[in-house]
Design a protein around this ligand. Structure first.
Ligand SMILES: [Zn+2]
Length: 451
């Protein structure tokens, strides 16, 4: 693959295709952006960028797109621009208090589908396979995955809607006997006591387990592979950009095509001459109707163009850490700030709180979220609980499904000394902070997993 790192004037680095047709695609992308996208046109005008300039220079000088830009400007703009057209909506957890929508026209759906099919093929999916997906949330996205899987030749595809009775909701998996199973690590952790004994050790029909949405604990990953006798592959993507990268058999980063997905690394550090690490901004060269430019996804990644043992020439991406303080609940990404902002609608001036996550016995649900608050808020307990239950988009769902329970504990102000309070403490098995440290020490580059 003809790709190279290009260093921009501001010090950031982009991975770019070097063929003339790659540059053409970028040029056409910016020309269309200028012609049809009000916000991006204003951004280009404001930065003195012309669509006929060198596309590499335009990319380099283009300001990044934030989650707020996406939600407050690009998303409503797409709704009015595409009014009267056909599109589907992907909606997600986002990591904000409000839902993030991505509008996908048939053209964009097909472009993303091609990438997804490639990810599935790389993860060992083949013609004739049976494919099963399991999740607690909305099933719509799986309709999309099924189309991608049918492209690969999958014969039968089934969605298992998990609920807090994991044993029962997983039961059909035995009869379905999937070759390929796709789910989220945090759900897999809770389903594991049931799933592990469905088949004799190492004799499950599952050949490939595809994990998406969050990193998977390496020890858990090994246990799954050994118990089921399968390989585990990560699948990296975000709602705003779609799925974009997936692991091969070597398990050393997620392959992606930089001529379709542009990776720009802010404040880069070169690990070696072919490997760079820093905060990831993504440009969706492959999307026509609702694209993003240098979208700040909130991950610090390592990108390498080193040849991979599998023989595929495309570069690979490995998530090193998330830039936002947050956590994942049943596959939903949440930010600390989201919870704080929401509670402040009632509390008014709350500067800090402490969240502790722990596992609940299965009979009681999924996760207990305990929040420590100053005792002056004790009279507002009911109102605060109502905010958690009904006013945070991501939590609302999980609460209704019985997957999270809330507990408020009140403490004196001294207990809230800024230096002492840890904002998020995760005590869940295979998701918690302790088990991470036990298994891997404190090395920051422990995660060969997708999110
Ligand atoms: Zn590879």
């Amino acid at each position: 693959m003809m790709v190279r790192f290009h260093r921009h004037e501001d010090g950031s680095v982009s991975l770019l295709g070097t063929r003339e047709r790659d540059l053409d695609r970028m040029r056409r992308f910016f020309a269309r952006l200028y012609r049809e996208f009000g916000h991006y046109r204003a951004v280009m005008d404001g930065s003195g960028l012309l669509p006929e300039d060198s596309p590499i220079e335009v990319l380099g000088r283009f300001p990044h797109t934030s989650r707020e830009d996406y939600r407050d400007i690009l998303q409503p703009e797409a709704l009015s621009r595409l009014s009267g057209d056909r599109f589907v909506c992907d909606y997600s957890s986002g990591s904000t208090g409000r839902c993030v929508l991505r509008l996908a026209t048939p053209a964009d759906e097909l472009a993303e589908q091609a990438i997804t099919a490639r990810v599935f093929r790389r993860a060992g999916m083949r013609g004739g396979d049976t494919f099963v997906c399991a999740d607690v949330g909305f099933p719509e996205i799986y309709d999309f995955y099924f189309r991608a899987a049918r492209d690969v030749g999958v014969r039968r595809a089934t969605f298992l809607h998990l609920n807090r009775d994991y044993g029962r909701s997983l039961k059909p998996i035995r009869g379905l006997a999937p070759d390929v199973f796709l789910t989220l690590p945090s759900l897999l952790v809770r389903s594991w006591p049931h799933l592990r004994s469905v088949w004799p050790r190492r004799r499950s029909p599952i050949r490939s387990l595809i994990s998406m949405g969050e990193p998977m604990h390496p020890e858990f990953r090994r246990e799954i592979a050994e118990t089921l006798g399968c390989r585990v592959y990560s699948f990296y993507g975000t709602t705003e950009t779609g799925g974009l990268a997936g692991e091969c058999d070597c398990g050393a980063g997620d392959h992606f095509d930089p001529t379709l997905i542009g990776a720009t690394i802010a404040r880069p550090e070169f690990v070696d001459d072919q490997t760079v690490q820093g905060e990831l901004y993504l440009t969706t060269w492959h999307l026509r109707d609702h694209p993003v430019v240098k979208y700040r996804v909130g991950d610090v990644v390592r990108v390498t163009t080193r040849p991979c043992g599998c023989g595929e020439a495309s570069p690979r991406l490995t998530v090193v850490e998330r830039t936002h303080e947050g956590f994942v609940l049943a596959g939903m990404k949440l930010r600390y700030q989201t919870i704080l902002d929401a509670l402040n609608r009632v509390a008014g001036d709350l500067g800090l709180l402490a969240i502790t996550l722990s596992d609940l016995p299965e009979s009681e649900g999924h996760t207990l979220m305990r929040i420590d608050l100053p005792d002056r808020l004790a009279p507002l307990e009911r109102e605060l609980l109502d905010v958690l239950r009904y006013e945070i988009f991501e939590l609302d769902d999980l609460y209704q499904f019985g997957l999270v329970r809330f507990q408020l504990d009140f403490h004196t102000d001294e207990a809230f000394d800024r230096r002492k309070v840890r904002r998020v403490t995760d005590r869940r098995r295979y998701l918690g902070d302790d088990s991470w440290e036990d298994a891997d020490g404190s090395s920051p580059d422990r995660t060969p997993g997708g999110l």
